[in-house]
Design a protein around this ligand. Structure first.
Ligand SMILES: [Zn+2]
Ligand SMILES: [Zn+2]
Length: 303
């Protein structure tokens, strides 16, 4: 696929028979960006048939173990597999110290260049795959926690076939020139690109990590193609969810509909839900397009 998501793990805090710990891969033209790296992430990458060497960046939402304990093992495997290219690892305050201590006590350093970025809320970052990332603040209690809004690079503009036909333009070399922004002449008439060229919408992927429902997520998820939101419990456990810094499926759906997100993915599912149907049912009351994340589920955004 040209652009899509692969969910490696979808559980909250503890793995179950069917769900591993958080880890999501953004696939874009053969390059991978990993969002969170819970324990077991590298084993799931193998199951998903995705090479760790294709990972250009890893974005960590927060330093709770279920989101970051897979990172040291993954780095070590990258080294074993012969990685030499630069890897960007970004996350909240504390990420650098976490990695430094792991490297110190395991007496090991990655043999490839590792660039670690600690991001402040609302900090912007250009990812190696060309995506623009914005780290937004979420509300997960005492631990610094960020969500990420990822915006696809500008796409090659498309020629409107309908408009082209009206102007007597046929598909061919003139199309490419117009797409490059050059005017062309057809039957003695000058046609400017803006008469036929249309911008293509960019895909926007937003991932909250662990959070209570927050206004900052609504802001960051405006117009998102996909919002992947914490949905640890159903709303009959709203009090527990909020006390622990999490959201319910209902919270996630309300945030998604306030933000105008097209697709909502319920994520970080508590081990108490063998069957995720109750989460799905309550979210669908508030949002028309809801998916519950499953391990190794692929969400194809562009084939
Ligand atoms: Zn978690
Ligand atoms: Zn957490």
């Amino acid at each position: 696929m040209e652009l899509g998501l692969v969910f490696l793990g979808s559980s909250a805090a503890v793995p179950t028979r069917n769900r591993g710990l958080p880890g999501i891969v953004v696939v874009y033209r053969g390059s991978l960006v990993l969002l969170d790296a819970g324990e077991g992430t590298q084993a799931r990458l193998v199951l998903a048939g995705l090479s760790p060497l294709k990972i250009a960046a890893i974005l960590i939402t927060h330093l709770h173990g279920d989101h970051v304990f897979g990172l040291p093992g993954l780095l070590q495997s990258m080294a074993m597999l012969g990685r030499r290219s630069l890897l960007l690892v970004a996350g909240p305050r504390g990420l650098y110290g976490f990695l430094r201590e792991v490297f110190r006590y395991t007496a090991w350093l990655p043999p490839f260049p590792l660039y670690v970025a600690e991001l402040a809320p609302w900090e912007k970052l250009r990812l190696p795959n060309g995506f623009k990332a914005i780290a937004f603040p979420v509300d997960h209690g005492a631990v610094p926690a960020l969500g990420y809004r990822l915006v696809e690079p500008p796409r090659r503009p498309r020629i409107s076939l309908e408009k082209a036909k009206k102007l007597g333009l046929r598909p061919g070399p003139l199309f490419s020139r117009l797409q490059r922004g050059e005017p062309v002449v057809v039957d003695g008439r000058l046609i400017r690109p803006e008469e036929v060229v249309e911008e293509q919408p960019r895909t926007i992927i937003v991932y909250t990590g662990d959070t209570r429902p927050t206004g900052s997520t609504v802001e960051a998820a405006r117009g998102a193609t996909v919002l992947i939101h914490d949905a640890t419990f159903t709303s009959n456990m709203a009090r527990e969810a909020h006390e622990q810094g999490h959201s319910t499926a209902r919270d996630a759906a309300i945030v998604a509909s306030q933000a105008g997100a097209k697709i909502l993915v319920l994520y970080h599912i508590s081990a108490r839900y063998d069957d995720p149907e109750p989460l799905l049912r309550e979210a669908r009351t508030y949002h028309p397009r809801v998916v519950v994340a499953e391990d190794l589920l692929s969400l194809v955004l562009r084939p």
